[in-house]
Design a protein around this ligand. Structure first.
Ligand code: ATR
Length: 287
């Protein structure tokens, strides 16, 4: 058995907690589909020993990691080389252990964008987008949203200063793309957005939906970056106000596909993987 393990490339999702992570089944499905031989594991990292745990994994034959909460910022500091989008996000969700050094990327924004534009068939060009939250989740996706050339992206956050810092970091890209970028408070974030994206963790704290229905344009698309019970209050609220909704499961599968391509040079077909994951999450929603 150990002989077999030693010849297979090893990958893992590194985080704390990781027991709930769906990444192992997603990457196992991608590997089967593309005929790649690899192992994808869960790597539980003590809160004070992320770097040591990942280094030990690499030393034991690991080829790369996905990074999840709360280590995306530490992973950013750890990578010797960063993709432009990881630099902009200030966070890394994908590490590849190259022979010469470690490469860090962030595939969250590309995953969200692909789910909105390809899977939901909602191109963002020319649209008005409202992004709620200015923490790690929003930082990871804002650059990709701007890159899709919507007319406008407004970032609304409980603490407005954090929204302002986030837009300052992205202003040059927004200028280059001709996108209007602004920061707002949750109480005063305007009306009539075509796409509303929830990047807050408010629902985990049991808090109410932090904005009013006036933010939705008729027929708006509402996306929560979480899935399962954590996404339900926000998406139920959105549906009750006539919006089309999407949870974060599509984003999860699409960001994984992007990471898989970075590691293996092959792009998997996400549709069947998303379908079967959807079925398993609906049957066993505790994730
Ligand atoms: P993550 O990595 O999941 O984004 P984070 O960096 O801690 O986690 O960010 C959490 C986000 O959810 C922040 O935008 C936070 O707002 P503040 O910056 O004002 O703290 C937001 N958030 C958390 N609880 C919230 C609540 N009850 N109402 C509104 N926003 C909330």
């Amino acid at each position: 058995m150990s002989e077999t393990l030693s010849v297979l490339d090893r990958y893992a999702v590194a985080g704390n907690p990781v027991a709930h992570s769906r990444s192992p089944e997603i990457h196992a499905a991608f590997a089967v589909q593309t005929g790649q031989s690899l192992i994808y594991e869960r790597l539980l990292c003590p809160l004070d020993a992320f770097v040591e745990t990942v280094q030990a994994f690499a030393a034991a034959g690991g080829r790369g990691c996905n990074i999840t909460v709360p280590f995306k910022f530490e992973a950013h500091a750890l990578a010797a080389r960063l993709s432009p989008r990881a630099q902009l996000a200030g966070a890394v969700n994908t590490l590849r252990f190259d022979a010469e050094d470690w490469f860090g990327d962030n595939t969250d924004g590309a995953g969200l964008l692909r789910d909105i534009e390809q899977n939901a068939q909602r191109p963002l060009a020319g649209r008005r987008v409202l992004l709620l939250g200015a923490g790690g989740a929003s930082a990871g996706v804002l650059g990709s949203l701007i890159g899709a050339k919507p007319a406008e992206v407004q970032v609304a956050n409980r603490s407005v200063d954090k929204a302002e810092s986030l837009i300052t970091a992205h202003q040059a890209l927004a200028d280059e793309m001709g996108v209007k970028l602004s920061a707002a408070s949750l109480q005063d974030c305007g009306r009539g957005f075509d796409v509303l994206i929830n990047g807050t963790s408010a629902s985990l704290a049991g808090a109410a939906v932090p904005v009013g229905p006036e933010v939705l344009a008729p027929g708006a698309l509402v996306v929560d970056m979480m899935y399962g019970p954590a996404a339900a209050p926000f998406l139920n609220w959105a549906r009750s106000h006539g919006a089309e909704t999407r949870d974060g499961l599509g984003m999860l599968v699409e960001q994984a596909a992007e990471a898989f391509e970075i590691w293996r040079g092959r792009r998997p077909d996400t549709a069947p993987v998303l379908r079967s994951l959807r079925q398993s999450v609906d049957e066993k929603p505790a994730a």
